[in-house]
Design a protein around this ligand. Sequence first.
Ligand SMILES: *Cc1c(COP(=O)(O)O)cnc(C)c1O
Length: 449
Amino acid sequence: MKNQKRIFLSEKDIPTQWYNIVADMPEKPLPILNPKTKESVTVDDLAVIFNRACSEQELNQTDAFIDIPEEVRELYKYFRPTPLVRAYGLEKALDTPAHIYFKNESVSPIGSHKLNTALAQAYYCKQEGVTNVTTETGAGQWGAALAYAARAFDLELAVYMVKLSYHQKPYRRSIMQTYGAQVIASPSMSTRAGKDIITAHPNHQGSLGTAVSEAIELALMTPNCKYALGSVLNHVALHQTVIGLEAEKQMEIAGEYPDIVIGCFGGGSNFSGIAFPFLRHNFKNGHKTRFIAAEPASCPKLTKGVFKYDFADEAGYSPLLPMYTLGHNFTPANIHVGGLRYHGAGTIVSKFLQDGVVEGMDIKQLETFEAATLFARVEGIVPAPESSHAIAATIREALRAKEEGVSKTILFNLSGHGLLDMAAYDLYIAGDLVDYELPAEEVRKSMEE
Ligand SMILES: *Cc1c(COP(=O)(O)O)cnc(C)c1O
């Protein structure tokens, strides 16, 4: 069809397997370490905190494709396959020769890509006889996703929500509570990790790192309870590959192949999800697609971080991950993109960044809101402030294509909608949002702590 706006697949096209890129990596990432022994972690080590199936997937370096359980595919049907959209409106507004496509993950019931892994993790917990699940949430997207998934598989869920977001985003809290989850503002007095931080900094507004620590601590203290993480880890990236696998088929229908693939970057899951299935063709079929991970200039682990072993959480309960990090003690500025306020990058993306296979791009807050506003006006969807980083990066690349007079095909992931982020839009509209760029010496300081 000519000028097709949205490209749909049918339910039977929902992928039957996730793509595990580690199996195809010419050089594997460094191992994840047990912080006590400094040896590579085993499935048994990970299974203390996480469900066993995900622990196995985390360390799987041999199977390029891993079956998606039928029960999970059944629940994917509530929102998958998601549409691939040609951004004609944006192309016209930019007057660019570039062809811009986006994968619309905002159509899920909770409004973001996070349900792709939440459903898988909840399913495996149920299979293994787990009754209680804990997690943390920043903007509330992950908490909402896991609350939905816990309800679908009849699990009790306790969510530690970063205090700043708890107050800035009360409706995400109500969504979690609507699905039946218990929500606690973090830092809280319910864990040792929380108490320590409140004692040292009574007005601490929380960070994802702290909330992770609290959730892991509760999981370790509660019988039959596992912790679930919504980003950073390999198994989370694995589950998100349904995004790219569907997009691959949809781009084929459109008769195009992306020159550039773009995702916003918190811990790396939505970026990995859209990028890895295409990255495989760089490895296997000599494609030269560029992959751009767009991060906030206030939390720039990819562009200003240091590659080293670090904890995924502030208190140091997690295994040690080889990653680009700003230091696990890093507290990001109070910017309005909760989902990107995280100190480290997943190990696979970190390895790709080291090898020059993917690029980091840091973007200041005001540019992302400008991009978001334009996108809303010409494409109709109010994007999540996180996703707006991908839109801003796309606009930069589309304008560059125009300057160079070349037609590029750009694919980005619209990781979520922003309808519950209007408080941040309000500040932007009122002219009260300011730019903040993390100075390089701040990074050095936080690494030394
Ligand atoms: C959580 C979230 C992100 C960031 O997390 P990643 O793991 O890096 O994908 C981005 N966009 C939205 C809408 C989110 O909810």
